[in-house]
Design a protein around this ligand. Structure first.
Ligand code: FPP
Length: 242
C-alpha cells in the first residue's frame, strides 16, 4: 500500500454514499446504448467495493434506482431490473465469501416477485457478514422514506411528544446504520436528487465531473483526500476559533 493510502487511513470515512451518475453520457460518448453504460457502471461498482474494503470503509451506499427512475423508457427500466437480478445471480457467492453484508434500502413492492425473492434471500444470506456493508438503494426515494417512517410511527401508536430524531432514525430504511460521512456524486451535478435526505444532514459532499464508469480508485482517493482535509463541525464552532 502506498504511503498516501496509509496516511488516508487515519481519516477514512466510515460510511460513503455514492450517486453513480453519468452512465448514459459515458455510453453515448462511445456510441453505445445507455444499458451498456449501466453495465460498465456495475463493473465499476465491483471495483469500488473492493477498494472500499481495502481502505477500511465499512459502509458503502449506492443509488442504483430511484423512485423517479420508473419514468425512464420501459426498456431501460427493464434493463436496470435485469442488471440487479444478474448481479445477485452472478456475484452473491463471491460477495458472501468476501464478508460483504448486502442491504437493501427502498421498497421491494413494484419489483417482480422473483426479484423481490432474490433480494430477500441475498439480504438474509449475508446478514451476519461484517467486513463491509453494501447498501443498495433500489426503488428508493428520500421523501418516500420519511413518509413511510411517519406512517409506521403513527401506526405503532406513538404520542407526538415521543417522536424525536432517534425514533425517526429507527423507522427509516437505514435503521441501525450510521449516517453517511461523505456523499460522492459523479458526472458533475450538484444536487442530492432525493437521496438520503434525512441522513445527509451533516455529510460532507463531493462532486466530480468524471462519469461513474470512469470513477476509478485514483478518483476515489481524490475524494477521500478532500474529505480528510475538511473540518466537520456538526453545527458547533471550530476548536481553533475558541
Ligand atoms: C445514473 O446515470 C445511473 C443510474 C440511474 C443507474 C445506476 C445503476 C448502476 C450503476 C447499475 C445498477 C447497480 C446495481 C447494484 C443494481 P444516468 O443513466 O442518469 O446517466 P446520464 O445522466 O449520463 O444519462
Amino acid at each position: 500500500m502506498s504511503d498516501e493510502v496509509a496516511r488516508l487511513r487515519e481519516r477514512v470515512p466510515y460510511h460513503v454514499a455514492i450517486i453513480m451518475d453519468g452512465n448514459g453520457r459515458w455510453a453515448r460518448a462511445r456510441g453505445q446504448p445507455r444499458l451498456a453504460g449501466h453495465r460498465a457502471g456495475v463493473e465499476n461498482l465491483r471495483r469500488t467495493l473492493d477498494a472500499c474494503a481495502k481502505l477500511g470503509i465499512k459502509v458503502l451506499t449506492v443509488y442504483a434506482f430511484s423512485t423517479e427512475n420508473w419514468g425512464r423508457p420501459p426498456a431501460e427500466v427493464r434493463g436496470l431490473m435485469n442488471i440487479l437480478e444478474t448481479v445477485i445471480d452472478r456475484e452473491l457467492r463471491r460477495l458472501h465469501a468476501n464478508g460483504v453484508q448486502l442491504r437493501h434500502v427502498g421498497v421491494l413492492e413494484g419489483l417482480s416477485e422473483s426479484l423481490q425473492r432474490k433480494v430477500r434471500q441475498a439480504v438474509a444470506l449475508t446478514r451476519n457478514n461484517d467486513r463491509v456493508t453494501l447498501n443498495v438503494a433500489f426503488n428508493y426515494g428520500g421523501r418516500q422514506e420519511i413518509v413511510h417512517a411517519v406512517q409506521r410511527i403513527m401506526r405503532a401508536g406513538f404520542a407526538p411528544e415521543e417522536v424525536d430524531t432517534t425514533l425517526i432514525n429507527y423507522y427509516l430504511y437505514t435503521a441501525g446504520l450510521p449516517d453517511p460521512d461523505l456523499i460522492i456524486r459523479t458526472a458533475g451535478e450538484m444536487r442530492l436528487s432525493n437521496f438520503l435526505l434525512w441522513q445527509a444532514s451533516y455529510a460532507e459532499y463531493y462532486s466530480t465531473p468524471v462519469f461513474w464508469p470512469d470513477f476509478d480508485q485514483a478518483e476515489l482517493l481524490k475524494a477521500l483526500h478532500q474529505y480528510a482535509q475538511r473540518e466537520r463541525r456538526f453545527g458547533l464552532v471550530s476548536p481553533s476559533s475558541s
